[in-house]
Design a protein around this ligand. Structure first.
Ligand SMILES: NC(=O)C1=CN([C@@H]2O[C@H](COP(=O)(O)OP(=O)(O)OC[C@H]3O[C@@H](n4cnc5c(N)ncnc54)[C@H](O)[C@@H]3O)[C@@H](O)[C@H]2O)C=CC1
Ligand SMILES: O=C(O)CCC(=O)C(=O)O
Length: 429
C-alpha cells in the first residue's frame, strides 16, 4: 500500500482512511495486474494540476467570510477534464484529488473522450441562503476562469450542487469571456442548453447496472429488496426508477438518518415528503426510523450506498447482509472491505461503472450543445443505456478473462486505456 504525498499544501482528511491514498492503492492494484511500468504509475499517481482559490463573500448579515475552493485536474490525456463540483462540509483537497482520479478511469472505461477532474468547496449548503450560495458559486468560477472552458475542463453537479449552481457558473464564465458559452458546464437547466434526462441520469445508470447484474444471476427486479443510503439526486432517482421497475425499496436515508418499511416504501410519497422537508426523509410517517449505519447492515438483496465515500469498511463489512452492492456514490466501499465481500461471494458493482450514467449524459449534453441539435428524452436515455450496457458487458468479459473481481476488471479497462493513450501520445518517455 502506498502513502502518496501530494505536491501542495494539504488540508487533512478528517476520516481515518485517506481517500487519495485509497485511490492510489486502486491504481497500483490495476497497474500490477496490467504489468504497467512503474513510471506510468508514477505519472498517473499525481494530478496534472491542482488549484485552490480563495472565495471572499459578503454574507447576508454584512460579515465577510473567505472560503477555500478546490479544482483538481487529474488527467486530460483522453480529452478535457470532466467532473462534478461538490459542496459538502467534509470536502478536503485529498478527497477532491481522489475523486478527480476516479473520473479519469470512469470516462476511459465508458469510452467517452474526457479526462478526469473534480471540484469542491467545504461548506454545508443547507446553512447558506440562496443569495450567499450564488455569490460563492460565481466567485469560485471567476477565480477559475483561466482553468476551465468547454475544451479544457467542464464542471458538472455533484453532492450539494445542482442545475441551479451550474446555471450561475455558466453565466459567470460567459460574462467574463464576453459571450455565451453553454458548453463550459453540463447538468445545466434545459433553458440554457441542458439535456433532457440529465437529472435522473446517474440514478438511471445505477438501475441499469443493477438490473443487468441481477439478470446475469437469473433474478428479475420484481420484488427484489433494496436499501439505499442517500436520497439526493442519485439515491432519489435510483429509488424512483427501481421502484417503478418492480423492486421493493425497504429503506432510504438522508444525512440525519433513515427510514425503513418491511413491506417497501411508497417512493413518490417519500419524495414529496423530502421536498417539503429540506430534502430530509427523517420523520416520514408510516416508516420506522433507522440510523445511516443501521441501513447499511439491513437484511436485503441489494444495497446501494449513494452518499459519501468510505461507508463500508473493515469495521462494518462483516455485518453487511446484501448479496449485491451497487456503488452509486464514489468510493463507498474500501479496498479491504471489497476483498472481504468478494471472498464471501457478494457482487460489488464498482462506482466507475455503476454511477457512470451521469457523466455519460453530461457527454451527450455536451455533444448536443456542440452540434446545436437537441434530442428528445427517449433518445438520450437510449444512447445512455447503450453505453452503460456495453460497458457492463466489457467489465464482465474482462473479469472472466483475467479471473478478477468486477472492480479490478473495471480498473484494468479504465487505467489500461489511459496508459495506452499516454504511451501512444509519446507522453511516456
Ligand atoms: N450527481 C451526479 O450526477 C453524480 C453523483 N455521484 C456521486 O453520488 C453521491 C451522491 O451525490 P448526489 O446524489 O448528487 O448528492 P446530493 O447532494 O443530491 O445528495 C446526497 C444525499 O446524501 C445524503 N447525505 C449527506 N451526508 C450524508 C451522510 N453523512 N450519511 C448519509 N447520507 C448523507 C444527503 O442528505 C442526500 O440525501 C456522491 O458520492 C457523488 O459523488 C456520482 C456520479 C454522478
Ligand atoms: O457529469 C459529470 O460530468 C460528472 C459527474 C461526476 O462528478 C461523477 O461521475 O462523479
Amino acid at each position: 500500500m502506498v502513502a502518496t504525498s501530494l505536491p501542495f499544501v494539504e488540508t487533512q482528511s478528517p476520516a481515518h482512511i485517506c481517500p487519495y491514498d485509497q485511490a492510489c492503492n486502486y491504481l497500483e492494484w490495476a497497474a500490477k495486474e496490467l504489468k504497467l511500468d512503474a513510471g506510468i504509475v508514477e505519472i498517473l499517481s499525481h494530478p496534472r494540476k491542482v488549484v485552490t482559490v480563495s472565495i471572499p463573500i459578503k454574507m447576508d448579515n454584512g460579515e465577510v467570510r473567505v472560503f477555500a475552493g478546490h479544482r483538481v485536474q487529474h488527467s486530460d490525456i483522453l480529452g478535457p477534464y470532466k467532473g462534478g463540483i461538490r459542496y459538502h462540509p467534509a470536502v478536503t483537497l485529498r478527497e477532491v484529488s481522489a475523486l478527480a482520479m476516479l473520473m479519469t478511469w470512469k470516462c476511459a472505461l465508458l469510452g467517452i473522450p474526457y479526462g478526469g477532474g473534480k471540484g469542491g468547496i467545504p461548506i454545508d449548503p443547507k446553512k447558506f441562503s440562496v443569495g450567499e450560495l450564488e455569490r460563492i458559486s460565481r466567485r469560485y468560477i471567476s477565480e477559475l476562469i483561466k482553468d476551465i472552458g468547454p475544451s479544457v475542463d467542464i464542471p458538472a453537479p455533484d453532492m450539494g450542487t445542482s442545475a441551479r449552481e451550474m446555471a450561475w457558473m455558466m453565466d459567470t464564465y460567459s460574462v467574463n469571456v464576453g459571450h455565451s458559452v453553454p458548453g463550459v458546464v453540463t447538468g445545466k437547466p434545459l433553458s440554457i442548453g441542458g439535456s433532457l434526462g440529465r437529472e435522473m441520469a446517474t440514478g438511471r445508470g445505477v438501475m441499469i447496472i443493477v438490473r443487468e447484474s441481477l439478470k446475469d444471476h437469473g433474478i428479475s427486479l420484481t420484488g427484489v429488496r433494496i436499501a439505499i443510503q442517500g436520497f439526493g439526486n442519485v439515491g432519489g432517482a435510483a429509488a424512483e426508477l427501481l421502484h417503478q421497475a418492480g423492486a421493493k425499496i425497504i429503506a432510504v436515508s438522508s444525512g440525519a438518518g433513515g427510514i425503513f418499511a418491511e413491506d417497501g416504501l411508497d417512493i413518490s410519497a417519500v419524495k414529496a415528503y423530502a421536498a417539503q422537508n429540506r430534502r430530509s426523509v427523517v420523520g416520514f410517517p408510516t416508516a420506522k426510523a433507522i440510523s445511516n449505519a443501521d441501513l447499511l447492515t439491513l437484511p436485503c438483496d441489494v444495497l446501494i450506498p449513494a452518499a459519501l465515500e468510505n461507508q463500508i469498511t473493515e469495521e462494518n463489512v462483516h455485518e453487511i447482509k446484501a448479496q449485491f452492492i451497487a456503488e452509486a456514490a464514489n468510493g463507498p466501499v474500501t479496498l479491504e472491505a471489497n476483498q472481504v465481500l468478494e471472498a464471501r461471494g457478494v457482487t460489488v458493482l464498482p462506482d466507475i461503472l455503476a454511477n457512470a450514467g451521469g457523466v455519460v449524459v453530461s457527454y451527450l449534453e455536451w455533444v448536443q450543445g456542440l452540434s446545436y441539435l437537441f434530442w428528445d428524452e427517449e433518445r438520450v436515455n437510449k444512447e445512455m443505456e447503450y453505453l452503460m450496457v456495453q460497458a457492463y458487458h466489457k467489465v464482465m468479459e474482462e473479469a472472466k478473462t483475467r479471473r478478477v473481481n468486477l472492480r479490478l476488471a473495471a480498473y484494468t479497462l479504465g487505467v489500461g486505456r489511459v496508459a495506452q493513450a499516454l504511451t501512444d501520445r509519446g507522453l511516456y518517455p
